[in-house]
Design a protein around this ligand. Structure first.
Ligand code: SF4
Length: 681
């Protein structure tokens, strides 16, 4: 029996894996503290892909004459890819080759991918799908606190707060074992506030449910802070001693009286007053945001507005209080720390910082001057593919872009304009299906590596079974290509060795892993970063005495409400919002192939009054149209959504053909969560 973790979301639930003949059985691991043995149905069924006929077990190369895939040996496939990359690099320069990673890759893979791009390919063009997940919260956390760790406290602290405000999170469906903390908080007499345009299963667990117009969470936060300031219900001592910038924020919120907030958000002025009063009176307040608040063209500003509320109340750094972001993907946290982001080097160092470049170059054994600079953010990188100044070849690891990119029809066209698309995947995902070369790689139980969960706890996924014959790990793919490209240094394929190197590269950085090793993780069931030395206990809670800015103070950052990039109009009179369902994970490349998980395809959720207006009948198809595309799917008529809003889950091809590619200027986050739409029966 092997103690390990679930392959999916950022909770990284502990589980056991046991071999039963050819089968692999998932069991509970009650001693792992984050989930205490509980799993959701995705976790229980995670071994379902093992032995599946859909697993790829041979490299595939597209035959130029027939246009069809044909099996190839690993040597043939890697030789072909390396030769074409080398030719492109020679003719069009280093940035003609781009790399796209994923928030589900282990820390070792994310680290090695960033090093491969900068050292073996010499390209600045690397980014990853986590840019579309938590980047707005990351940007806001860095601005306000000087560091970005999703939760600066263990998740279980949620139970001990007095008022919990969840903005744009449906954790009861996306990470069900976490919902126990809401129940325990309420049993203790605490109060749960949920802010969401849909009345989700999470909202059903709330004491207060507020249902704003999509894209207006920021205005709600401004209104709450207006009332806290007007009623002198802010913590003057804390603001003076631990923060800077309050006066500018105080001026900004002066114009957000409750009736104005009601007009913008649709949340009643009395409800805004009641929320502000509850927060002002509470001893401990915790505000958590998730994708509903963050995936907007003003997502960073929205998170900053809620952080301003938490800071004014004196909460960040106080026990069982503060602000946190509920990270989404399995390694959403670690994946954004070790170098697969366009602007970043390992340890959350910035690539344009000379000291950071010198430190990492020394660990890598290369000259700092040879490292490329900052590249494009994920959507910008894809948008430029095949254009005069964009990349002409793309290597994809752990991402299903065709389903998950915003404005997906356009992005798929850009993939089609490439000279070479190489995709590493377990199965023939929608992105692999349009590639020139597909490389079959190992999945979670077949390899070892670390992940960093939503709390900043570094955990170890252990190998439990041998991979199918013909399959290699992403690390072997990277090393194989690096050797063929005559990289100046060797690339290890041993995860533990890579993790040790990652620790050295991160030493002294904001996300310092230098004191963490596999043996410690096994013995301690995870270690929280920063952990700068082997004798350091790790850091479950941040900010108790100081924030990470050089002066130790948190920053209030003034922000203003701009609203969605695409407001409703005569032709597109509704708001479209997107999200997840319980049984599916992200683009569904894995979960849609697991027989035990229900897969009824996409649907469109709409309110009975809207259904009446357009003549839609529950279960019958409707057509959703936006400026970028259309989707036909059965409708679900429900009273739990706003009458001016429709919802589509994003696990199937189609939802993201509708979504808007307007980007947050600070984080590069696309506006997945709201655009203008029309619906017809
Ligand atoms: S999907 Fe998330 S909540 Fe469900 S078992 Fe896996 S880690 Fe836990």
């Amino acid at each position: 029996m092997t103690d390990t973790h679930c392959p999916y979301c950022s909770l990284q639930c502990g589980m056991t894996l046991t071999r039963r003949g050819r089968a692999l059985e998932v069991g509970s691991w009650p001693e792992f503290p984050v989930n205490e043995g509980a799993l959701c149905r995705k976790g229980w069924s995670a071994a379902g892909l093992r032995g599946s006929r859909e697993r790829l077990t041979s490299p595939l190369v597209r035959d130029r004459s027939s246009g069809e895939f044909r099996p190839a040996s690993w040597n043939e496939a890697l030789d072909l890819v390396a030769a074409r990359l080398a030719t492109l690099r020679e003719s069009d320069g280093h940035d003609s080759v781009a790399v796209f990673g994923g928030g589900g890759l282990t820390n070792e893979k994310a680290y090695q991918l960033g090093k491969f791009a900068r050292v073996a390919l010499g390209t600045s063009q690397i980014d990853y799908n986590g840019r579309w997940c938590m980047s707005s919260a990351a940007s806001a956390g860095n601005q306000a606190f000087g560091v970005d760790r999703g939760l600066p406290f263990p998740l279980a602290d949620v139970e001990r707060t007095d008022v919990l405000v969840l903005v744009g999170s449906n954790l009861a469906e996306t990470m069900p074992p976490a919902a126990r903390h809401l129940d325990r908080l309420r049993e203790r007499g605490g109060h749960v506030v949920v802010v969401d345009p849909r009345q989700t299963p999470t909202a059903d667990r709330a004491d207060t449910f507020l249902q704003p117009v999509p894209g207006t969470d920021l205005a709600l936060a401004l209104g709450v802070l207006h009332l806290l300031v007007a009623g002198s219900q802010f913590d003057e001592e804390y603001v003076a001693a631990r923060t800077s910038g309050f006066d500018a924020v105080r001026r900004e919120v002066a114009a957000w009286w409750p009736e104005r907030v009601e007009r913008v958000t649709g949340v009643g002025a009395d409800e805004v007053r009641a929320l502000a009063a509850r927060l002002g009176e509470a001893e401990r307040v915790m505000v958590l945001t998730a994708r509903g608040a963050e995936q907007h063209s003003h997502g960073t500003a929205t998170v900053l507005a809620w952080i301003n509320v938490a800071l004014a109340l004196g909460m960040p750094g106080a026990p069982y209080s503060g602000y946190g972001c509920l990270t989404g993907q399995g390694n959403g946290q670690g994946g954004r720390e070790h170098g697969q982001k366009a602007d970043q080097l390992p340890g959350y160092r910035m690539i344009d910082d000379p000291e950071a470049r010198a430190h990492v170059a020394a660990v890598w054994g290369v000259d700092a001057d040879d490292l490329p600079g900052r590249g494009r953010s994920a959507y910008e990188l894809l948008d430029a593919l095949g254009t005069a100044d964009g990349a002409r070849a793309l290597l994809v690891f752990g991402s299903n872009i065709v389903v998950s990119a915003p404005n997906a029809t356009h992005v798929t066209e850009r993939l089609g304009a490439l000279d070479l698309l190489v995709v590493c995947d377990l199965v023939m995902s929608e992105t692999a299906a349009v590639a020139d070369v597909v490389l079959p790689v190992t999945q979670w139980a077949e390899e070892t590596g670390t992940m960093t969960n939503l709390e900043g706890r570094v955990i170890l996924r252990e190998q439990a079974v041998d991979p199918p014959e013909g399959v290699r790990s992403d690390l072997e793919v990277i090393a194989g290509l690096a050797a063929r490209l005559d990289a100046p240094v060797a690339f290890s394929t041993d995860p533990e060795e890579i993790f040790t190197e990652l620790g050295r590269a991160s030493a002294g950085g904001r996300a310092d892993y230098a004191g963490i090793d596999y043996a410690r993780i096994r013995a301690e069931r995870g270690v929280f970063w920063p952990c700068p030395s082997p004798d350091h206990p790790g850091t479950p809670r941040l900010f108790a005495h100081a924030f990470a800015h050089p002066d130790g103070r948190a920053r209030f950052v003034p922000v203003s409400h701009g609203g969605p990039a695409e407001p409703p109009c005569d032709d597109y009179p509704l708001h479209l919002t997107t999200g997840r369902v319980l049984a599916q994970y992200q683009s569904g490349a894995q979960t849609r192939r697991i027989p035990e998980l229900p897969d009824n395809g996409a649907f469109v959720e709409l309110h009975p009054s809207l259904a009446d207006r357009i003549g839609a009948v529950d279960g019958a198809p409707v057509l959703v149209t936006t400026r970028r595309g259309e989707l036909k799917a059965p409708c679900r008529v429900v009273t739990t959504i706003r009458p001016d809003t429709v919802f589509v889950p994003f696990h199937w091809v189609g939802a993201n053909r509708l979504t808007n590619d307007a980007l947050d200027p600070s984080s590069g986050m696309p506006e997945f969560k709201v655009c203008a739409a029309a619906v017809t029966a």
